[in-house]
Write a protein that binds this ligand. Structure first.
Ligand code: PLP
Length: 428
């Protein structure tokens, strides 16, 4: 047993599967998960001291890179002042102002502690607001693990091929309709049949959880128009895309105006935060202003507010998103080059600093087309990259995340590693 295997065995003896979130267990690629001890910029350092270029970025939050001095200083300063009061702080108001300034569709925002919580609360508010019970989600989209939402969810569930949703009452799952992504006609048919029962539609405006799948031209506009027609609350899940694919997220990049939006990841700067916000009339339903109950001991946590504010301020610097987009395009191009050289069919989907190379020769625009990927080939590529010091998501059905700390040196290292790893993939 090598040291990494020993760490994993020890973890498994005290934690289910040895991990605190399933995708970390390498179920989709096999082998032993890497345990990490530190990180800086675009670099992760494992518990044996080996360094990797990081394209997971903690699954999205680390947009300014790891341990950015301004974020570290903010957390340190706040830790000395108090880490939780269970009472209001002006930090929450300051943070809310920052979020609202960048998200025109939101009049008010409520902070919670995770993306799961944000989506769960947004669904409850939509049900309370409309008085309807059913919701619609899309095949392969993931909105956290709340009961109503863990039906045909992407990434972790897709990777592990979990059959259905044990532990979730059938009666509750029956209230969640599932539609194919990027198919406005299917949604219209569903609304024609069930529109009056449906409280909300929740979607990832750019999907990250079946691998990166962009919305087809006109799709988000069609969802907006249809939900308006049927009086259904349109919830945009920007937990991944918010402050990532543009200064305001996918809704500012694609110019859509949802009723509610959920956030997470970047707004916590690496600490546990989520949020949901939206139209004044709907947010007025949230307790104590309105009757829909939602609460949290650590909601609006001061440490997390400070880390989030420091991160958002860094992303507000001029040219931040343009530079990030340019580096991300270079990385994606490098991967395509390496795949071509090795004769491996790869379809590259990218929006801003999120992308996925799918090991397939067909365009990927929904769950079914994503599933055409050769996951064995991806697994060989993954381990080829890992061996060569590049840490990528351990699943074909996840997005890669680039940070502002990735430089040309990291791009060059990635290309070199990808040249070798694509040859490994070609051998499968
Ligand atoms: N929504 C989306 C789009 C996500 O990608 C995720 C997590 O990856 C969530 C919600 C759940 O967020 P969390 O893991 O913070 O609970």
């Amino acid at each position: 047993m090598n040291p990494m295997e020993r760490r994993y065995a020890e973890a498994k003896s005290v934690i289910p599967g040895g991990v605190n979130s399933p995708v970390r267990a390498f179920g989709g690629v096999g082998g032993t998960p890497v345990f990490f001890q530190s990180a800086h910029g675009a670099t992760l350092v494992d518990s044996d001291g080996k360094s990797y270029v990081d394209y997971v970025g903690s699954w999205g939050p680390m947009i300014v890179g790891h341990t950015h001095p301004k974020v570290v200083e903010a957390i340190r300063d706040q830790a000395g002042k108090g880490s939780s009061f269970g009472a209001p702080t002006e930090l929450e108001t300051e943070m809310a102002r920052r979020v609202l300034a960048r998200i025109p569709s939101c009049a008010k925002v409520r902070f919670v502690s995770s993306g799961t919580e944000a989506c769960m609360a947004a669904i409850r508010v939509a049900r309370g607001y409309t008085g309807r019970e059913a919701i619609v989600k899309f095949e392969g989209c993931y909105h956290g693990h709340a009961d109503s939402l863990l039906v045909k969810a992407g990434s972790g569930v897709l990777t592990l091929s979990l059959p259905g949703t044990p532990g979730i009452p059938e009666k509750l799952a029956a209230l969640t309709y599932v539609a194919p992504y990027n198919d406005p006609k299917a949604l219209e048919e569903l609304f024609e049949a069930k529109g009056k029962e449906i409280a909300a539609v929740i979607l990832e405006p750019v999907v990250g959880n079946m691998g990166l799948v962009p919305p087809s031209p006109g799709y988000l506009e069609a969802v907006r128009a249809l939900t308006k027609k049927y009086g259904i609350v349109f919830i945009c899940d920007e937990v991944m895309t918010g402050f990532r694919v543009d200064k305001g997220g996918a809704q500012t990049r694609f110019g859509i105006d949802p009723d509610l939006t959920t956030f997470g990841k970047i707004i916590g700067g690496g600490l546990p935060v989520g949020a949901y916000g939206g139209k004044a009339e709907i947010m007025a339903k949230v307790a104590p202003e309105g009757p829909v109950y939602q609460a949290g001991t650590l909601s609006g946590n001061p440490l997390a507010m400070r880390a989030g504010m420091a991160t958002l301020d860094l992303t507000a610097e001029p040219g931040f998103y343009e530079k990030l987009e340019a580096v991300s395009a270079k990385v994606a191009d490098a991967l395509v080059t390496a795949a071509k050289e090795a004769g491996v069919p790869v379809v590259m989907n990218r929006v801003g600093s999120m992308f996925t190379p799918f090991f397939t020769d067909r365009p990927v625009f929904d769950y079914t087309t994503a599933a055409t990927s050769n996951t064995k080939r991806f697994a060989a590529f993954f381990h080829g990259m890992l061996d060569r010091g590049v840490y990528i998501p351990p699943s074909q059905f996840e997005a890669w995340f680039v940070s502002a700390a990735h430089s040309d040196a990291e791009v060059a290292k990635t290309l070199e590693a990808a040249r070798g790893a694509m040859k490994d993939a070609a051998a499968v």
